[in-house]
Design a protein around this ligand. Structure first.
Ligand code: UTP
Length: 406
């Protein structure tokens, strides 16, 4: 792209300020800036909902298989699930492209040492759980790991240094997710340097389209993988490729399924599995109207009670039918270091937005979703913050309660 083309493009999207410092740049920096502009998908800036609340359709509570119902059929589900894993029909997808700004470490979140007297990374906690399943099934599922341009090299190096935690290296495949520009509160793309726009990971919703376009997509097709268990890096008790979950999903005929826990209070900050206009939908805690948030049944239990824990199983055939649909971009209000008046500023308060697509929007597109209840104390120990709620401290306590030596 040459300067003239860049000027025309930026004018169309009202982003001419990206060239503000152009004349002062070295030739190399000029080239770098023009190349970066050429790479940006400016269409993501269209239809952004600044300050608008998402208008929700008609909400109703979603059903989920309860603990009792699962227990009654555990043997049957487990057998189906183990068979599918043994036959190579199930693979895992780890979402590790996030920046973990709330935890505040300058490294991929999965490398964080959750151990106390010994070293135990978040990645290792999760890999141990996956290895346990692989041993029972007699087969190691393929594991796709989504990273970002920011943390890919460090993530790959960490797996190398740790000999893949005992997992067969040939079954682990990394791929890099796409980026989106970060913007100011008035919609202008922020600059990281005078010659470099801020590009950040574009949320976890694009995990399948990025996977398909990478070498991983070829592996998926060649191996005839039918189910993908996608999960977040945050949860140190994450059960991956859980055979009972896999078996129950296959038996249900649903296009996808999601593990859920019962909310502990109306205010708990988890997305809730609901139905919106009869379709499965996950309504984020900040979007849920008070009426539904606090509604209780005759026994005083929350009606909208099933919180999601970022552990979903998606049928590949369904994903292939929906992944090209445009997912909406959500505005995540964050602190973004950027150039102001020619100088680098590291803000103390959120000063802009990162643009993110979300996996929850894929659930809606899938059309049907089986909720699958799990015991939160056994499967949900999120590490979002350094201290307080959903923190390193709370996750350590839950790991110990589950017999993990720290
Ligand atoms: P979060 O929503 O907690 O975001 O991610 P985050 O970026 O990790 O953390 P904060 O908000 O900056 O503190 C939930 C899951 O989605 C993944 C994360 O790695 C985590 O497993 N994720 C998030 C991606 O893979 N890519 C993204 O662009 C964002």
């Amino acid at each position: 792209m040459n300067l003239k083309e860049a000027q025309a493009l930026l004018k169309r999207y009202n982003q001419e300020h990206l060239l503000e410092y152009y004349e002062r740049l070295s030739d190399g920096e000029k080239q770098q800036l023009l190349a970066a502009i050429a790479e940006i998908d400016f269409s993501v800036l269209e239809n952004l909902d600044f300050g608008k609340e998402r208008s929700l359709g008609v909400l109703s509570p979603a059903d989920a298989l309860t603990l009792e119902e699962i227990e009654a059929k555990r043997g049957e589900y487990e057998k189906t699930g183990l068979e599918a894993i043994a036959n190579g029909k199930v693979a895992a997808v780890l979402l590790a492209g996030g920046q973990g700004t709330r935890l505040g470490i300058d490294a991929p979140k999965g490398t964080f040492n959750i151990g106390v007297t010994k070293t135990l990374s978040i990645f290792e906690c999760q890999m141990r759980n996956l290895i346990a399943v692989a041993k029972r099934a007699g087969a190691y599922p393929h594991l796709f790991i989504m990273t970002s341009t920011i943390n890919n090299a460090q993530t790959v190096a960490f797996f190398e240094q740790n000999a893949y935690f005992g997992y067969p290296k040939g079954k682990v495949h990394f791929y890099v997710q796409k980026t989106a520009p970060a913007i100011s509160t008035d919609g202008k793309i922020l600059m990281e340097e005078t010659y470099k726009p801020v590009l950040t990971p574009n949320g976890n919703g694009g995990w399948y389209s990025s996977l398909k376009e990478a070498e991983c997509g070829r592996i998926l097709d060649k191996e005839n993988i039918e189910w993908l268990n996608v999960y977040g890096v945050d949860n140190v008790l994450q059960r991956i490729c859980d055979p009972v979950f896999v078996g129950a999903t296959i038996a249900s005929g649903a296009a996808c399924s999601g593990k859920v826990v019962r909310k502990v209070s109306p205010e708990e900050k988890v997305g809730v599995l609901c139905k919106e206009d009869s379709l499965p939908a996950i309504v984020e805690y900040y979007e849920m109207p008070d009426k539904q948030k606090t509604e209780t049944d005759g026994r005083g239990r929350l009606v909208y009670c099933f919180g999601v824990i970022l552990n979903y199983l998606f049928g590949v055939e369904k994903l292939n039918g929906i992944y090209k649909s445009k997912l909406p971009y959500h505005l995540a209000n964050k602190k973004v270091a950027c150039i102001v008046g020619g100088k680098k500023v590291v803000p103390e308060q959120p000063n802009g937005y990162k643009l993110e697509t979300l996996t929850v929007d894929l659930v809606k597109l899938a059309g049907s979703c089986l909720g699958f209840e799990v015991v939160r104390e056994k499967e949900f120990a999120p590490v979002k913050n350094a201290t307080g709620v959903d923190s390193v401290e709370t996750a350590r306590a839950l790991l110990e309660a589950n017999g993990v030596e720290l």
